[in-house]
Design a protein around this ligand. Structure first.
Ligand SMILES: Cc1ncc(C[n+]2csc(CCOP(=O)(O)OP(=O)(O)O)c2C)c(N)n1
Ligand SMILES: [Mg+2]
Length: 676
């Protein structure tokens, strides 16, 4: 075995990483030993000689970011975190993949521990990294001043065959090339193996040419994954490349050093087994009887990261202190953004919409809200997946973020919904910026992978989904969402907000911007809707509570529950019912999750338990409504895909009408009054 460019001590460190991995996977009887074995030298070289970080303060803003996109190789990351001195112990490594441990099978999002991004679903990490690189470019342009490079970090990614095969990565990397993100360096673990076997089975395109065509700077490092002289040369060139993101196609061997498992697919995701581990340890000059062995000189050497990190951060703190003297306003903005403080009181700038005028689609109302708020919120980046005029996501006066325009706040994602979702997540990982991005609600399916990751990791991305029902009309059933409300509501941690009119839309944006603890899906209509009279009905500010009584007869016999464009319909139905002697209570339900968080007293005032006659109306599937309707309620909505027709014809044709709500209410009442 030879490791050009590494000393004996370096080699010892590399092998420590390898064997911590093998021992942890073996102990857990579960995990992925292969990738860390092959990538250990590159990881060691990057982490000890190039990556800027401070284990004592993992969230230091100007640290370099390291994204392990092939998250299955998590033991590589955990070993590095432990060895360099993050808040992780050898016992934590021994708890790999166990209940409640700090070392789950796939790294999730744990910035305090040094885990930068959630990377279980392949392709997400590398695409998050594109968002992280966009964020860095914007922040650098916004905050840096002559002599004060307060934002000058880089983003490094380890990605495997699986990452590169995922369509998601193609979307994101194509955009990264277009945008010339030269702060992004990807090391491609070209080990010719994935789970099913050799990559020849399904992956034979010329990856180098592909990335070259995207506009990346591509370098190849052949050999066996151990020649750190060549790897480091490429890394240095990649770091200093101007105008293009970099990828190093790095030939490695999965399970390097294992006499019988190297270069096999089996080594991807199964423990090597006690006997093979013995043989591997022997082959690499390690004591086969030692487990979780960390030679003291390895720890000494790798923990120098502490001093290096402290020095780097101190230098930066010093720089920032001088920056704050020279540019106090910028420094304050930086700190405010980092601590989640908004620069304005939103109530002072939130537009108010008068009732009685022309109907207004909530997507249009949203556009007006963005026009009013966004110029005052420079740490929010907008965008759309090529539906800008339909999503109303571009606010007045904004310019595009481009290769030669890093202060632009509007990202043209192109028709790349999944890429957009993952990039938005990456932008929010800066912890200084947030991103919103638009597409049609039906295409939320195309970005669901990223939406789920945002929810899992609580990235505060703002997914703007317009054209939220059959109300979009003629484009027809391919574009008309019906199951999507339910599908999104089913994701834990995701707030789904569907405002009923322009003022609820403004309130929705207020809630979203004032809370950055999780992602949001904002569902907006294409068609116009009346602006509800807040003198006659309750204030839209109640949206903050998730659901509220818009109007009530005091002693209601029936509850009418609705969201979005169907709220006005429910109000009309209530009037008809009143006229027929049936008192009703109309509840606007823009966000189930926020409503569930309210105390019982409030919830019971909105949906009184004793009023069993309930009708919900929503131009979507019933799935999930049972919770609010109980056993006696009825639902007026969609039970099949939509149709291509003018939107009013769709509502009529599918029976989502005032008369049907009235009819359903009376039927429910009658059933309840009939003794069984
Ligand atoms: C979206 C997604 N699909 C499938 C998987 C399951 N999976 C995990 S690793 C892997 C193969 C990855 O191959 P490669 O990136 O070459 O990793 P290596 O075997 O070289 O470690 C697959 C299919 C996943 N994690 N994410
Ligand atoms: Mg592979």
């Amino acid at each position: 075995m030879s490791h050009p460019g590494l000393s004996k001590l370096d080699e010892l460190c590399v092998n420590t990483i390898r064997f911590l991995t093998l021992d942890a996977v073996e102990k857990a009887k579960s995990g992925h030993p292969g990738m860390p074995m092959g990538m250990a030298p590159a990881a060691y070289t990057l982490w000890t000689r190039h990556l800027k970080f401070n284990p004592a303060h993992p969230t230091w803003h100007n640290r370099d970011r390291f994204v392990l996109s092939g998250g299955h190789g998590s033991m590589l990351l955990y070993s590095l975190l432990y060895l360099t001195g993050y808040n992780l112990t050898l016992e934590d490594l021994q708890q790999f993949r166990q209940w409640d441990s700090k070392t789950p099978g796939h790294p999730e999002y744990d910035p305090e521990l040094g885990v930068e991004a959630t990377t279980g679903p392949l392709g997400q990490g590398i695409s998050n990294a594109v968002g992280m690189a966009i964020a860095q470019k914007y922040l650098a342009q916004y905050f840096n001043r002559e002599g004060f490079p307060v934002v000058d970090y880089k983003i490094y990614v380890f990605a495997g065959d699986g990452d590169l095969q995922e369509g998601l990565a193609s979307e994101a990397c194509s955009l990264a090339g277009h945008l010339g993100l030269d702060n992004l360096v990807v090391v491609y673990d070209d080990n010719h193996i994935s789970i099913d076997g050799p990559t020849e089975l399904s992956f034979t395109e010329d990856r180098a040419k592909r990335f070259d065509a995207y506009g990346w700077y591509v370098q190849k490092v052949d050999g066996d994954g151990n020649d750190m002289k060549r790897f480091e040369r490429a890394l240095i060139k990649a770091k200093s490349e101007v105008g293009r993101p970099s990828i190093i196609q790095f030939r490695t061997h999965i399970a390097y050093g294992s006499p019988n498992m190297q270069d096999t697919a089996k080594a991807h995701g199964s423990p090597l087994g006690a006997e093979e581990i013995r043989l591997t340890k022997q082959a690499l000059g390690w004591d086969p009887d030692k487990h979780f062995h960390v030679p003291p000189e390895v720890l000494d050497h790798m923990r120098q990261a502490f001093d290096r990190g402290a020095e780097a951060e101190n230098e930066w703190n010093d720089l920032f202190r001088r920056y704050a003297e020279q540019h106090p306003d910028l420094a304050r903005q930086f700190t405010d953004a980092a601590e989640g403080r908004l620069p304005v009181r939103l109530d002072d700038v939130l537009p108010k919409f008068e009732a009685g005028g022309k109907p207004l689609a909530t997507r249009e109302a949203s556009g007006k809200v963005l026009d009013a708020l966004m110029p005052k919120l420079p740490t929010i980046l907008g965008g759309s997946a090529d539906l800008t005029p339909s999503n109303n996501t571009r606010f007045a006066g904004v310019t595009d973020f481009q290769k030669d325009a890093r202060l632009g706040r509007y990202i043209r994602y192109g028709v790349r919904e999944h890429g957009m979702g993952a990039i938005m997540n990456g932008i929010s990982l800066s912890r200084l910026l947030r991103a919103y991005g638009g597409t049609f609600l039906a295409f939320s399916d195309y970005m669901r992978g990223a939406v789920r990751v945002a929810a899992l990791s609580k990235y505060p991305s703002i997914f703007v989904f317009t054209h939220d029902s059959i109300g979009l009309g003629e484009d027809g059933p391919t574009h008309q969402p019906v199951e999507h409300f339910a599908a999104l509501r089913a994701i834990p941690n995701l707030l789904v907000i569907r405002p009923a009119d322009a003022n609820e839309t403004a309130q929705a944006w207020k809630y979203i911007l004032e809370n950055r603890d999780r992602p949001v899906a904002l569902l907006l209509s294409r068609q116009g809707m009346p602006i509800l009279d807040q003198n006659r009905y309750a204030s839209a500010a109640n949206l903050q509570r998730g659901a509220y009584v818009l109007t009530s007869s005091g002693q209601p016999q029936v509850l009418l529950l609705a969201s979005g464009s169907e709220v006005a319909l429910a109000l009309d139905a209530a009037q008809k019912l009143e006229a027929q002697g049936v008192p009703a209570q109309v509840v606007s339900m823009p966000c189930w999750t926020l409503f569930e968080k309210q105390d019982e007293k409030y919830r019971h005032s909105v949906i009184p338990p004793h009023v069993k006659a309930r009708v919900a109306v929503e131009a979507a599937t019933e799935f999930g409504w049972h919770k609010w309707l109980g056993d006696h309620g009825a639902f007026v909505g969609m039970c099949r895909f939509g149709a291509s027709a003018p939107y009013k014809a769709c509502y009529e044709g599918f029976g989502v009408t005032v008369d049907n709500v009235v009819k359903a209410a009376k039927e429910v009442l009658q059933k309840l009054q009939t003794p069984s």
